[in-house]
Structure formats: structure tokens, C-alpha cells
Design a protein. Structure first.
Length: 182
């Protein structure tokens, strides 16, 4: 996903600064929490982009949304201060996404999402993890399991931008397309 030049530059700057200080993993965790907050609360972006909300209030909101209040990272606090002084707080979600992508790339971490029609058992998840890890080789895996009943049956595996679709919904779609083309 292309987030743009400005978020990529801010993400690179915060990554390099955090790496020098040994805070890059902590910032990664805070950025994950921040992105999850944006995803779970769509109104958050509207508030952050609102020009009538003071920068100090936006910083407090982003501090809470990232879990920074509990973590107490000086690096993250300075980062928010820099965004506020440069009037870039509204780009904080894009910067977080760019930071996550950069960190994963630098640390050879692949984002793996298993989506199934029903919850997988622990044994099934471990079997899939082992198969995926074998394919990834030395890369580390950031693993998520998601349930989506719309798949009807089966599962999908997403590794970064690659997707393997072994769902019943996909099979039905392919069958439909095949029948329509004849």
C-alpha cells in the first residue's frame, strides 16, 4: 500500500531516530496500537483532521490511542510534538502504516493473516503456521487469525500482498464464472 512521500519520510525519520536510541521495537508496538485504534474508531481520523480541535488535544488523543500513556516513550512523545509543530498530525495514521511497513521490512517480518469460515482449532493453526513458516524460510511471521463466515467454508492465507484462496465462496465464484463463459 502506497502511503505517499510525506508519511514515508516521517516514518523513516522516526525509525532511524528510534533505532539509534534502541526504541524501534517499542515504537513499533505503539504504532500497531495506534493503527488498531484508527481501524476500530473511524471517527478518530475525523477528529485528528478537524482544524478546530487544538493540536494539544489531538496529541492527547493520539497518546491515548497509541497506548503511549502507559508505555511512556520519550521518542514517541517527541514524534507527536514534531508532527504538531509541523502541522502534520492529520497524517499520523499514514505515518504509522508507513512505519509498520518499514519496521517489518528492516526486521524481515512478514504479515500473515489466516481467514477462515469458522474458528480454527489450535492444532489446525499450528499446522498452518508450520507450513507457512517453511515457505517463509528465515523470515519471522506476524500472525493473525480472523473468522469470516462469508467464506462459507475453507480458508484464505494472506502473506503481505500475496493471497491463497481455498474458500468455498471462491470455488463457487470460479464455478459461476466458468458457467457464464460457456
Amino acid at each position: 500500500m502506497n502511503q505517499g512521500l510525506i508519511p514515508a519520510r516521517y516514518a523513516k525519520a522516526i525509525y532511524e531516530y528510534a533505532a539509534e536510541r534502541g526504541d524501534d521495537k517499542q515504537i513499533f508496538t505503539l504504532m500497531q496500537t495506534l493503527e488498531a485504534s484508527f481501524k476500530d474508531n473511524p471517527e478518530l481520523q475525523k477528529v485528528i483532521a478537524n482544524p478546530f480541535v487544538a493540536s494539544a488535544e489531538k496529541c492527547k488523543l493520539l497518546t491515548t490511542a497509541s497506548g503511549h500513556a502507559a508505555a511512556g516513550s520519550e521518542t514517541f512523545g517527541r514524534f507527536l510534538g514534531m508532527l504538531a509543530s509541523n502541522r502534520r498530525l492529520d497524517a499520523s495514521r499514514d505515518i504509522a502504516l508507513a512505519y509498520l511497513a518499514l519496521y517489518r521490512r528492516q526486521h524481515n517480518i512478514r504479515l500473515v493473516t489466516i481467514t477462515s469460515a469458522a474458528p480454527l482449532t489450535a492444532a489446525e493453526q499450528e499446522r498452518l503456521r508450520a507450513i507457512i513458516q517453511k515457505r517463509l524460510g528465515s523470515a519471522k511471521m506476524e500472525y493473525r487469525a480472523v473468522v469470516d463466515a462469508a467464506l462459507i467454508g475453507g480458508f484464505t492465507v494472506s502473506i503481505d500482498n500475496e493471497k491463497l484462496d481455498a474458500s468455498v465462496a471462491n470455488e463457487l465464484k470460479q464455478l459461476r464464472l466458468s458457467l457464464l463463459s460457456k
